[in-house]
Write a protein that binds this ligand. Sequence first.
Ligand code: CA
Length: 396
Amino acid sequence: MRPLCLALLAALSFPAAAQDVAEFRRCLAGLRVQAIDKGIAPATLDRELGGLEPDFTVLERLDYQPEFRSPVWDYLAALVDEQRVEDGRAKLQQHADTLAEIERRYGVDPATVVAVWGVESDFGKNFGSRALLESLGTLSCFGRRQSYFSGEFIAALGIIDEGSLAAAKLRGSWAGAFGHTQFMPSTYLRLAVDFDGDGRRDLVDSIPDALASTANFLKEAGWQPDQPWGFEVTLPAGFDLAGEGRRTKRPLDEWRARGLVRADGTPLEAGQARAGLVQPADGGGPAFLVMRNFDAIYAYNASMSYGLAIAHLADKLRGGGDFVTPWPTDDLPLDRAGRRELQTLLTARGHDIGPIDGAIGSRTRAAILAEKRRLGWEETPRAGQKLLNALRKSAP
Ligand code: CA
């Protein structure tokens, strides 16, 4: 019975599977022509495309709209926690010579480079596990963004063709980012460098190549040596933020005149260096003046929360502390250790949430909702300190 049921289920989920596979083959033939136009050797294409299978599960990710978006403070709590700062400091020591040489050549400081590494792949611990040619090939032939993904698919074939990496090494996120610093294939072809001098640009197995490629990316995105990314500021009472933002840059002299001070209470430095004013959370919380180097980080991944995570982690690796102004919440966020403890307590209460990994996925969120319902709380799937405290007290 069981195989039959599974087959039936598969047929119901993908009623056009055979037709889709035929469509994939036709589409690959078209992509092959484009790849040859780009100068990729026919022998490489024969080898890589001959047995390539589609992976239709990436299409679910393409259309996945998260039903719950984490607030910026939760995002930062997981990415810039004590554990990542400790791991980052160890990496700074371990790779000190390489990082110093990278700074000499590209002008990007070690803490920033290591912060990108930590946020992108947890210092090489999390590359993503999908076969890139399968996922990018599928996204090139189906779904909403085929022309974008076909460019990335052909770039991935280019990486194989130039001999930098074998197809088996190209594993990454569903969208095609891979390696220590999660470059997309086209970014790789444009900006990856061979820093260890073995003749190959290898962001999967060579840490010097990966770190130098990140520095090269930031340099090309306009990084200014010896400039800060920005800093936290305190706004005068009643300050009107309307119209301000990352791209609305004004000289520091103007911000001084408008009453902004550094969050530690010291005055802003004088001068014509330009900065934009951002306050990432609705309803208050810390505000920041962000400068040219923040834009370079933002170019890596166009998200304010992401940019702040890199910037804040880099500051902490240099010995900096927490933000001064609290986030506008009375339910403090959990770091990864707190999330693992919450998952352990949920499991002890009989919820099947899968592995205790500190990542709040759909099963953990369902368990959180169930516990909040039991407690008579507002039913949001957010994992915060209040729920952790409540479950600690009532541990079975
Ligand atoms: Ca190399």
